[in-house]
Design a protein around this ligand. Structure first.
Ligand code: OSB
Ligand code: MG
Length: 382
């Protein structure tokens, strides 16, 4: 694993370039269709973007927080406060990335806000070196696997129709959202129609340990994993629940750092990890998590947060690193948006793979007039 740790050391030693301006831009993109999970329904993607200008270059960081605290406690509003009052003032030309990370860790929690600064800074450093982000992370250009996350549907028939579309597109695996009362019948219907499809479920914490016997009935359907059945803040009870299940448990919401992941895996409550770089504070911590996972033989995949093309590209670059052994929640742009803020959008090739965007930094280009059309507010920090 010297590959990842060597690349990480090199990244930590990079210098922060002088930054002329930092702006926070709040955008709202209508979703093609509403996205429902057990705790929320979203009809738009609201994203807080950090734009850095430096010597004629423009770099971006997308905060993955939602406008509400229904998936995580962070929101676009809390992220604005933490970014403006605590994190962005820590940027100083000439300090290293490692020193910036050390300074930002003084802020407890707020990983999504911290990841926003880190993403923008690494995009800037990559652009100054005229390198794609994956190369800055020490990974070769390669195609990554695709996966789709299908929101809660009104009926098993509607769900099967959505899965049929995904299978036709050649997505490498399908994840379906479940909640109490929308689980066994929905999974059974999909499984009967697609006996061999790599299939998993995500409950976003809708169950309690008392539901262990009910959840064990999912074992009959050959799911690759059950994601976050219990509380967003639990690690221990998942380890107890796993003892009643054959299907591996995967954690999402509960994991905010390498230490959380190490504890959850050691206890037996996290056999597979959904790694969302925004949820763990960014790409550097993601690399530490990948290293720990490789040392302990834990399969990892990249989650998503319905990002615009900015965050979506970051997730794609991250997945060029070794250790992403399973398809992630990385889907085509057209599944979410009629028009994204970047060009080109993400598309699947004929075999369901996704290519890394070519340009320097995160690789895609923010289109000014598209950004203007979806901008709700713009605030210059300096
Ligand atoms: O739990 O993984 C989740 C989207 C928003 C918030 C939480 C989750 C999700 C998804 C969709 O499952 C992932 C994506 O398509 O980007
Ligand atoms: Mg999830």
């Amino acid at each position: 694993m010297t590959g990842i740790s060597g690349a990480l050391d090199a990244l930590l030693a990079e210098g922060i370039p002088p930054i002329d301006h930092a702006d926070l831009i709040l955008v709202r993109l209508p979703f093609v269709r509403p996205f429902a999970i057990s705790t929320a329904v979203w009809t738009t993607k609201d994203a807080l973007l950090l734009r850095l200008e430096s010597g004629g270059l423009t770099a971006w960081g997308e905060c993955v927080a939602d406008p509400d605290p229904f998936y995580a406690y962070e929101t676009t509003g809390t992220a604005r406060h933490i970014l403006k009052d605590f994190l962005v003032p820590l940027l100083e030309a000439g300090i290293t990335v490692g020193e910036l990370e050390r300074r930002m860790r003084h802020v407890r929690g707020h990983e999504m806000a911290r990841a926003t600064v880190e993403n923008a800074v690494l995009d800037l450093i990559a652009k100054r070196k005229n390198l794609p982000l994956h190369a800055l992370l020490g990974a070769p250009r390669k195609k990554i696997m695709s996966g789709i996350s299908i929101g809660l549907q009104d009926s098993p028939a509607a769900l099967v129709a959505a899965v049929e579309d995904a299978v036709a597109k050649k997505y490498h695996r399908v994840k379906m959202k479940i909640q109490k009362g929308k689980d066994l019948d929905y999974v059974r219907t999909v499984r009967e129609r697609f006996p061999d499809l790599p299939l998993m479920v995500d409950a976003n914490g809708d169950y309690r340990l008392d539901d262990a016997a009910h959840l064990a009935r999912l074992d009959a359907f050959g799911l690759t994993m059950i994601e976050q059945p219990l509380s967003y803040s639990d690690i221990y009870l998942h380890s107890i629940l796993q003892k009643s299940l054959k299907t591996p448990l995967c954690l999402d919401e509960s994991i905010h750092s390498r230490d959380d992941f190490a504890a959850a895996h050691a206890l037996g409550g996290c056999r597979i990890l959904n790694l969302k770089q925004g949820r763990v504070g960014g790409l550097l911590e993601s690399m530490r998590i990948l290293q720990h996972a490789a040392e302990h033989g834990v399969p990892v995949w990249s989650g998503g947060m319905d990002e615009t093309g900015i965050g979506r590209a970051v997730n794609i670059h991250l997945q060029t690193l070794d250790g992403f052994t399973l398809p992630g929640d990385t889907s085509e742009t057209s599944l979410y948006f009629h028009e994204d803020v970047v060009e080109p959008g993400v598309v699947l090739d004929g075999d369901g793979f996704i290519d890394v965007p070519e340009g320097p930094g995160f690789g895609a280009t923010v289109v000014g007039e598209r950004l203007a059309r979806v901008t709700l507010s713009e605030e210059r920090l300096f």
